[in-house]
Design a binder for this molecule. Structure first.
Ligand SMILES: [Zn+2]
Ligand SMILES: [Zn+2]
Ligand SMILES: [Zn+2]
Ligand SMILES: [Zn+2]
Length: 709
């Protein structure tokens, strides 16, 4: 049994993965050398000794000196007792096991991996896995489970039962067809064989440097961290240490999922010493004196703080505290193999296809949230939208979850696109915590123009009571005319916020270029506003946009829009009533008293297309009415005045549900603040879909944009 053997430590494992990342070698390259090349001398049957194993690592990882402890730990983890001519040999490891392990870590097509693993475990090469070969597979799975800290004792019978179930025809052995079918339909074989390493809780604290306003004590050495001196505090468990003590700290107590059946369903308190910031015991209400040493306990989930002496009087069950609505505690996530037998059989896994096999995290773990909660999936400044799909798929069967995107409008756009692509059965509502500048969308949804250190607990509480609005999203199709000239690439295919041609876009374009060139001049929101003003008033750059109506025609819902009486330098198409960090190009609408919807209907303001200036005057922007607001802009000065709030708005041209532009010269354009130069073309904007977005609480003072109140 593998239990007594040295397992690879997390740090060794991290090291191993680093090596693999940088190495260009594949397992198959190394196997060739062993099978008929220069390494053949190390083979003893299908086994290799320690020396051969070291050679394997050296070639495979392309590292001359693999640390001894790493190669020893690895070697030991493969030692299971190997038979050579009827004698058990403990000093060798099975080359198939070794290669299987590394090739699984390498990645590749799931069906290839399944077939490869079959061949590796079919040690006598007779085309079937007999019972001793199946036993070896179970040992490998147990080793992986043990590495992941799962409760191995309860797993063994489950695995045995599973492997029996794979033998569909009951022949007593597993054929390749049965193996592939099992891997594709019922059993997460690749996961159990160690492919999915993200299942490992790494036990690492999430340190952040912190200065403490009151005396605190190091969780490790228990001596004081001087007043005003800097220490490290873990974001997850509030463990506090001296900088120099961090290396020796015990693993972080905060785990992400249940690893044993007994931990599934009911969350227990997870007590960590110290961290009693309130100074009062939540059980006896008496003071917790924290002046002289590290005292008291706090629970990392519910944040209760208690005396050590009060611990026996506390129940085990943790309700996750004030923010429980957002929390998916570890007791709600567990390895799907630990689900009860019946549940396993009726699992969602049975419907998956080969393509889904690569989504291994989602099949290896199952989520069963606490009832009446809305787990919050948070994306903090993700670097791109594409990679977030895996996370969304992991949550796909969770009812009633919410998403919080911390970032700018661009980031929100990526996530909305990922949600679109993930094709989820339930589309979660999205809230925004705006970071950085130019957060028009967040502003319209009442989450503010930029996070400035407000209390996160309060924001999360607001989120609980927030309402859903179904925000329109628009497809934009750019069909260029055949010309010699080259266009910049079109930045997006979807409009969440706004689109514009001409003077407004050219400001954004120039602004964009200046910001890349002189980032130091753009380091605050206020300065950004001043720069806009400067660009807007330096008239020469806008000559390209003069008399825009001569190089552009507009069709709204199939009918030409008459621009003959206008002298425009820009046209903006708005989905939301905020552009460039808070300017409202549509302007305020005096709201008639009474039943607004009824009045609008009587006036014709709810029609699909509106161009009548008198009706337009009464129209209030609405990001969920499947219509766009079209605004004409007269010139640089006007724009500058709108940005700096000296003037209220542009000229309302139309409200419509479809718009097409034809341009006859190269013009600046922008989508959601991303500018580019576009050669003559046709641009079609059509309704794409709606996304549920969460709207923050109404402002305490007067109405903001009116449309959501
Ligand atoms: Zn921690
Ligand atoms: Zn210390
Ligand atoms: Zn608790
Ligand atoms: Zn107490």
């Amino acid at each position: 049994m593998a239990k007594e053997r040295g397992l690879i430590s997390p740090s060794d494992f991290a090291q191993l993965q680093k090596y693999m990342e940088y190495s260009t070698k594949k397992v198959s390259d190394v196997l060739k050398l062993f099978e008929d090349g220069e390494m053949a001398e190390y083979l003893q049957g299908d086994a290799i000794g320690y020396e051969g194993f070291q050679q394997f690592l050296k070639i495979y990882l392309e590292v001359d000196n693999v640390p001894d402890h790493l190669s020893q730990a690895l070697f030991q983890s493969f030692q299971t007792g190997y038979y050579i001519e009827d004698t058990v040999r403990e000093d060798v490891v099975c080359l198939s096991d070794v290669s299987c392990y590394f090739s699984l870590l390498e990645g590749g097509r799931p069906e290839d991996k399944l077939e490869f693993t079959f061949k590796l475990y079919d040690t006598d090469r007779n085309g079937i896995l007999d019972s001793s070969e199946v036993d070896r597979i179970i040992i490998q799975m147990m080793r992986m489970a043990e590495y992941l800290d799962w409760d191995v004792s309860e797993l063994r019978p489950i695995l045995q039962e599973m492997m029996k179930a794979i033998d569909y025809d009951g022949s007593g052995s597993v054929s390749l067809a049965e193996w592939l079918r099992a891997g594709a339909t019922t059993v997460p074989l690749l996961v159990l064989l160690g492919l999915e390493m993200t299942l490992k809780d790494n036990g690492q604290h999430m340190w952040r440097p912190k200065r403490f306003p009151r005396p605190v004590y190091c969780n490790l050495c228990e001596s004081s961290i001087g007043l005003g001196k800097q220490g490290l505090s873990c974001n997850l468990c509030k463990y506090i240490v001296h900088d120099q003590c961090a290396m020796k700290a015990l693993p972080c107590e905060v785990s992400t999922y249940a690893k044993s059946r007994k931990d599934i369903g009911v969350q227990s308190h997870v007590w960590v010493r110290g961290g009693c910031e309130s100074g009062r015991c939540d059980r006896c209400q008496k003071k917790i004196r924290i002046y002289h040493s590290l005292v008291g306990l706090h629970c990392v989930w519910c944040h209760l703080e208690i005396h050590d002496d009060c611990l026996p009087a506390m129940g085990h069950e943790c309700d996750c505290g004030l923010l429980r609505d957002h929390i998916l505690p570890p007791s709600s996530i567990y390895p799907s193999v630990l689900a009860s037998g019946q549940e396993r059989k009726t699992s969602k896994i049975s419907q998956k296809t080969m393509d889904d096999l690569s989504l291994s995290t989602s099949e290896a773990l199952r989520i069963d949230p606490v009832s009446n909660t809305h787990p919050l999936l948070v994306f903090v400044n993700p670097k791109s939208g594409g990679k977030q799909g895996e996370r969304l798929r992991f949550f796909r069967d969770v009812p009633d979850y919410r998403i919080l995107v911390c970032g700018g409008d661009g980031t929100v756009g990526w996530i909305l696109e990922s949600i679109d692509k993930a094709n989820l059965p339930f589309v979660p509502p999205v809230a925004v915590l705006p970071l950085g500048t130019g957060n028009d969308l967040a502003r319209c949804l009442r989450w503010g123009g930029g996070y400035e250190g407000q209390n996160l607990g309060k924001i999360l509480k607001d989120l609980e009571t927030s309402k859903v609005v179904h925000m329109d999203r628009w497809s934009v199709e750019v069909i260029p005319q055949q010309t010699e000239e080259k266009s910049d690439p079109v930045p997006f295919q979807i409009i969440n916020n706004y689109f514009s041609i001409g003077v407004d876009a050219s400001i954004a374009h120039r602004f964009h270029i200046m910001r890349e060139k002189y980032p130091e001049k753009f380091n605050s929101r206020m300065k950004n506003k001043l720069w806009y003003f400067e660009f807007a008033t330096s008239e020469s750059i806008f000559s390209t946009c003069k008399k825009l109506e001569e190089s552009l025609t507009v069709e709204i819902c199939g009918k030409p829009l008459d621009l003959s009486n206008q002298s425009l330098e820009g046209i903006a198409v708005l989905n939301i009533p905020s552009t460039h960090g808070g300017s409202n190009l549509w302007g305020d609408t005096k709201r008639p008293h009474g039943d607004i919807h009824g009045i609008n209907q009587a006036l014709g303001a709810t029609a699909k297309v509106i161009t009548d200036p008198d009706i337009l005057k009464t129209c209030v922007p609405d990001l969920s009415d499947k219509r766009l607001e079209v605004v004409g802009l007269e010139g640089a000065i006007e724009i500058g005045q709108i940005y700096t709030k000296l003037k209220n708005a542009g000229h309302r041209l139309a409200k419509c549900s479809e718009i097409t532009f034809h341009t006859t010269k190269t013009l600046p354009m922008q989508i959601d603040g991303e500018p580019w130069m576009q050669t003559p073309c046709t641009i079609k904007i059509t309704h794409r879909n709606q996304m549920p977005m969460l709207v923050g609480p109404p402002p305490r003072s007067s109405n903001f944009f009116g449309f959501l109140c």
